[in-house]
Structure formats: structure tokens, C-alpha cells
Design a protein around this ligand. Structure first.
Ligand code: ADP
Ligand code: GN1
Ligand code: MG
Length: 360
């Protein structure tokens, strides 16, 4: 608490801090809810093992939120709630670096809204779809080249697959023998890992400014209206494919269970959630899609799920250095869960493609 208070004293926050508590279920940063005598804030320690240049990340977020802010104001929205608002340090910076090089930032806490781990009402997921799609649409005229790439090859599934192979070969912590079935599952799909990156390279799929981490818990759902009020977690905003955002949304939000559910009989894609998300997403960006984007939407859901599965598996084999874990088998449980979803989507690919055709 003392340490946190010292950190807070470097920021231009209103009121005196009354409590600081760990908050949220993100896998990457350390997040705290700060309550002061005046208002609430989100304090985050940026994971600088993963984000090697927090300074550039904050430049990205500052530029992107300024751009969004203008658009929100122009359409008569509330810029305090509909985008992240960075609180400056006393020196006017977007982050504070401690003497031992830890990086902290503060955002205004978005009130009267929550981020959920599971979809409670299908309408919320429809609203999330519209918000994630609007996020992209609003960034269509943002100068993509001005963005720093926070994690190179973030959704390059080919590179992710190569990383898995390297981890298998290295077998750093002796876990390979335990996960032969999962490695086999991944190997059986190796021919698919290049499909989207190759289409981007050929120019068939356009590069846009995308969010790249469109988990359902990265959107704030308004408590009263159920609208997707604000897209949060902007660390990975960078040039990418619209299919990354669509696919990753389905991966997490259309699942019947939490990402780490171990009873795999409970893990499948909820068809009605897939459909309603696709409907909402296409209502907002459908008119901007290239033919290859339309063709590969359904596939992107499967590919993003597969990619996430191999990332969890790779991290398990590497000794759990990347994602936060709360039990030794956590990354393996997550990988198995994602692979179960992949299998389920494979049986539903015709349906998934038909849904895209229905709403385009
Ligand atoms: P991570 O990168 O670790 O996932 P996030 O930026 O997603 O971190 O934050 C973790 C959680 O904190 C979110 O899921 C959400 O519940 C909460 N959160 C983050 N920013 C805000 C905000 N501005 N207002 C309210 N809650 C927030
Ligand atoms: C991480 O930060 P968070 O928890 O929203 C990860 C995503 C993964 C996701 C899996 C920067 O997201 O790429 O899809 O976990 N973020 C980063 O749940 O790697
Ligand atoms: Mg998050």
C-alpha cells in the first residue's frame, strides 16, 4: 500500500487515496482499483517483460484514444466513458517509471459498467460485436504507419507455430512427454497456420488498424443499457487484420465455458452467440470488407482459437513465463480447452460460413 501510494503521488489524481486493491482477470499486466476521496481509477503496472517498450505503447494508446475521443465527441458521445482516458503524471507524461524501472499508468475508471468473463445475455455479445467493429471503423482513417508494433508477429500464426516447434525441441522443463496428444493435435493442423498471413502478404486481405486482443473481458458492458460502452486493453493496437479481431472475439466470447474450464464436455462454441456476434459485427463493418475477408471470417475464428491454444501450450512447455498462471497445469488446461473449441468449430464450419453469408 505504501509503495502504491508513493507511485500514486506521481500522478495528477483527484482526492486522497483511500484504497488500492488488485483488480480484474487480465493475463498480462498487474491491475489495481484505486479509490480516492473524489473518484476511482485503474492503476496498472505494465508488464515490461512482454511489452519491451512501455513508452512507445503509451504513445500508441495516447494517439489512438485522442483520435477516438474526437470521433466520440463528434457523434455526441461521452468521451470520459467511451474510451480510455490516461491520467498524466506531475511531469505531464503518460506513465511513471520507478527507480527500479517498473512502469505504471493510470486510467480513469469507467463507472457503471463491467467487464465479464462469460456472456450473460446474448444481446450483450451482439452489442460487444458492434463496439469492436465500430472501434475498427473509427480507426479506419488513423495513420497506421505512425503506430509502433508492440509485439512483432503477434498474430502471425506461422511464427506462433514455429515457436511451438522450438519449445517442443528444447523441452526446457521436461513436459513434452506429458503433452504428446496436444502436440499431435497441433501438428495435424500445421498446413492451416499460414492461410491468413499469406493472404495478407499477397494483398488479398487488407491491413487495418486493429485491436488484436478482442476478448469479451476487454470490453466494458454498461450495467444499465447492456451496451458495449468502451473497448479497453489497448496495448496491442497495431496494424493487423480485421479477421484477428473477429476471430479472437468468437474464440473467447462465443465459448460456452471459461477459457480454463477443465471439464471439456462443457466446452463448445455456442452457435447462437457465434451468429449474433457475426450479425452485429457485419452490421457495422460489412460494407467495408474485401472478398477474402468475407471468405475467411468463419475460418478466422477457428484459426485464432488454434493460435491461442498453441500459445498456451508453448508457454506450458517453456515453463510458464508469459501468461499469468494460478496453478501449475493452468496453461495446459487452457490449451486443452482451446483445442476442444477448435474441434467443435471444425464440425460446425459449414454452419459458420452460412451465417457469414446470411448477414453480409
Ligand atoms: P490485461 O492486459 O492484463 O488484460 P486490462 O487492461 O485488460 O489488463 O485490465 C484488466 C481488467 O481491469 C479488465 O478486464 C477490466 O475488468 C479492468 N479495467 C481495465 N481498465 C479499466 C477501466 N478504465 N475502467 C474500469 N475497469 C477497467
Ligand atoms: C492475453 O491481456 P489479456 O488477458 O487481455 C493476451 C492475448 C491472449 C489472451 C488469452 C498481450 O490477453 O493475446 O489472446 O491473453 N495478451 C497478450 O486469454 O499477449
Ligand atoms: Mg485484458
Amino acid at each position: 500500500m505504501m509503495e502504491c501510494e508513493k507511485i500514486l503521488s506521481n500522478f495528477k489524481i483527484e482526492g486522497e487515496p483511500t484504497s488500492i486493491v488488485p483488480y480484474g482477470e487480465g493475463h498480462i499486466n498487474d491491475t489495481y482499483l484505486v479509490t480516492t476521496t473524489a473518484k476511482k481509477y485503474i492503476l496498472q503496472r505494465i508488464n515490461n517483460q512482454i511489452f519491451k517498450s512501455p513508452e512507445n505503447i503509451m504513445k500508441n494508446i495516447s494517439a489512438v484514444t485522442s483520435h477516438l475521443r474526437e470521433q466520440i465527441i463528434a457523434r455526441g458521445g461521452d468521451p470520459e466513458r467511451e474510451t480510455l482516458n490516461i491520467i498524466k503524471t506531475n511531469d505531464g507524461e503518460n506513465f511513471y517509471m520507478t527507480p527500479d524501472e517498473e512502469y505504471y499508468r493510470i486510467y480513469v475508471f469507467i463507472t457503471d459498467a463491467k467487464s465479464h468473463q462469460l456472456v450473460q445475455e446474448p444481446i450483450h455479445f451482439y452489442n460487444a460485436a458492434k463496439s469492436f467493429a465500430l472501434f475498427q471503423r473509427q480507426l479506419a482513417d488513423f495513420p497506421a504507419k505512425s503506430l509502433f508494433e508492440p509485439i512483432p508477429n503477434f498474430h502471425n500464426t506461422k511464427v506462433r507455430f514455429e515457436n511451438l516447434l522450438k519449445a517442443v525441441k528444447a523441452d526446457k522443463v521436461g513436459r513434452v512427454k506429458e503433452v504428446e496428444a496436444e502436440i499431435e493435435f497441433a501438428m495435424a493442423r500445421k498446413d492451416e497456420v499460414g492461410i491468413i498471413v499469406d493472404l495478407i502478404e499477397k494483398g488479398d486481405i487488407p491491413v487495418r488498424v486493429t485491436h488484436n486482443d478482442t476478448k469479451y473481458n476487454n470490453i466494458m458492458i454498461d450495467n444499465k443499457t447492456g451496451e458495449g460502452i468502451c473497448v479497453i486493453d489497448l496495448d496491442t493496437v497495431m496494424p493487423g487484420s480485421l479477421l484477428y479481431d473477429f476471430g479472437d472475439s468468437i474464440r473467447f466470447g462465443a465459448s460456452s465455458a471459461l477459457e480454463d474450464e477443465t471439464d471439456l464436455s462443457k466446452v463448445f462454441m455456442r452457435d447462437e452467440l457465434y451468429e449474433i456476434f457475426t450479425k452485429g459485427f457485419l452490421e457495422v463493418v460489412g460494407d467495408t470488407l474485401a472478398p477474402a475477408e468475407i471468405e475467411y471470417m468463419a475460418f478466422s475464428a477457428k484459426l485464432m482459437t488454434f493460435e491461442c491454444g498453441i500459445r498456451f501450450l508453448t508457454d506450458y512447455l517453456d515453463g510458464d513465463n508469459y501468461f499469468k498462471i494460478h496453478r501449475p497445469s493452468h496453461n495446459l488446461d487452457r490449451a486443452r480447452n482451446q483445442f476442444k473449441l477448435v474441434s467443435d468449430m471444425e464440425t460446425k464450419m459449414d454452419f459458420m460460413k452460412k451465417v457469414v453469408q446470411k448477414y453480409i
